[in-house]
Design a protein around this ligand. Structure first.
Ligand code: ADP
Ligand code: MG
Length: 367
């Protein structure tokens, strides 16, 4: 089921009556979620991810804009009539009911032609439980389950009505690191098996990158960029997006372009063309540095961290905006950890320039 968001906007009245400032939680969001895909909605806390999800679900009404499921305009439909499954961060299971009763619950309220026999309901509940691999736990209460198991029950409950669209709001945030990893792979598997169009909300860029077919990056209610995870990483549209994606984070420097030479601080690092003389932000991915005795980018070496296949070289430079520079270098390149300086050349496709005022990307060519 394709989901189409047209100019979705949500304005909340001020919580503080005196200041009177309304909050534009979501601002003119237009996007089509392709049928059967998993879309990650990514951004920092407060950027409007949940509000977007709740508008798709029908729990919140947009201030303006329309929502379509396929060709059907669902904007005025109640949540029950949209055919959605919702999963929240805090599981929200009924504590006095068993796993089986929790999963059955959404089916018991079906009316009219959708009404099911008891056996049909049990079969459906078991099918959903098997999909998330909790069919052995049907008679337990939520308090007798781990966090990861509880979240699986919540997913089974969301799937049991065979929703047209699955909506997940930070479903992994309450799980510990290992379970988070495992459960996100599970969610991806289930999504692929069922082919349900899914929106997955998270503030964790690694999580979004690892499971999404497409990512939507948001900031202050405004969509910044839409694309496949790798495309956004390789081709960020502005400094915010460049900084939000990637671990270790991208290294940002004060720099300038003078007569086709790109400088970081006062170091001439690369000959480029197509950019007029001006101050710029120079952003370099950690994997964009190469050790080079003739390299023109000279940094003060702080520390070399061994990571096995690679080493992480931690260094400093007066033009760096990040407290330290983190570069990832192949372990075979033999970093001298006792040296005071380290010299780098830069891989051009790992270097991005941004306008210092708008923070928009400045395209350039290598000379
Ligand atoms: P996210 O899920 O990305 O953390 P939200 O969608 O929850 O962000 O919130 C977006 C913005 O809208 C925030 O500034 C938040 O304070 C505000 N907001 C959310 N819900 C309400 C509400 N019911 N009333 C007023 N403001 C709200
Ligand atoms: Mg939220």
């Amino acid at each position: 089921m394709k989901v189409e968001l047209q100019n979705l906007t949500k304005i909340f009245p001020s919580r503080n009556k005196k200041s009177g400032e309304e909050v534009i939680a979501v601002n003119d969001f237009t996007f089509t979620i392709p049928d059967g895909k998993l879309v990650g909605l990514l951004g920092p806390s407060g950027c409007g991810k949940s509000t977007t999800l709740y508008m798709i679900s029908g729990l919140q009404q947009p201030s303006s804009g329309r929502i379509f499921f396929g060709d059907e305009d669902v904007t005025d439909l109640s949540p029950e009539n949209r055919g959605i499954g919702l999963v929240f961060q805090n599981y929200a299971l009924y504590p006095h009911m068993t796993v089986k009763q929790n999963i059955l619950f959404p089916l018991q309220n079906l009316k009219g032609k959708d009404k099911m026999t008891k056996q049909e309901m049990l079969d459906r509940a078991l099918e959903a439980a098997k999909l998330v691999q909790i069919d052995e736990l049907m008679d337990r209460k939520p308090s007798e389950l781990s966090g990861g198991q509880q979240q699986r029950v919540a997913i089974a409950r969301a799937l049991v009505k065979m929703p047209r669209v699955l909506l997940l709001d930070e479903p992994l945030s309450n799980l510990d690191a290992r379970l988070r990893l495992q459960t996100r792979e599970e969610i991806r598997r289930i999504q692929k098996e069922t082919g349900i169009t899914t929106v997955f909300v998270t503030h964790d860029q690694e999580e979004a990158m690892s499971i999404s077919d497409m990512i939507v990056v948001m900031k202050l209610g405004v969509v910044q960029q839409v694309g496949k995870p790798q495309e956004i990483y390789d081709d960020p549209t502005n400094l915010f997006v460049a900084k939000f994606l990637g671990t270790p984070p991208i290294n940002v420097f004060r720099g300038k372009v003078v007569m086709d030479m790109l400088y970081i601080g006062e170091d001439p690092v690369m000959k480029i063309k197509g950019v007029e003389d001006k101050d710029v932000y120079v952003a370099v991915r950690p994997e964009g540095f190469e050790l080079n005795p003739k390299g023109k980018f000279v940094c003060e070496l702080s520390n070399v961290e061994v990571m096995g296949r690679d080493v992480s070289v931690v260094s400093r430079h007066e033009a760096s905006i990040n407290p330290v520079i983190r570069s990832i270098i192949n372990a075979d390149s033999g970093v001298d950890a006792t040296a005071t300086n380290v010299k780098f050349s830069l891989k051009p496709h790992k270097v991005f320039l941004f306008d210092t005022e708008t923070e928009e990307r400045i395209p350039f060519e290598v000379k």
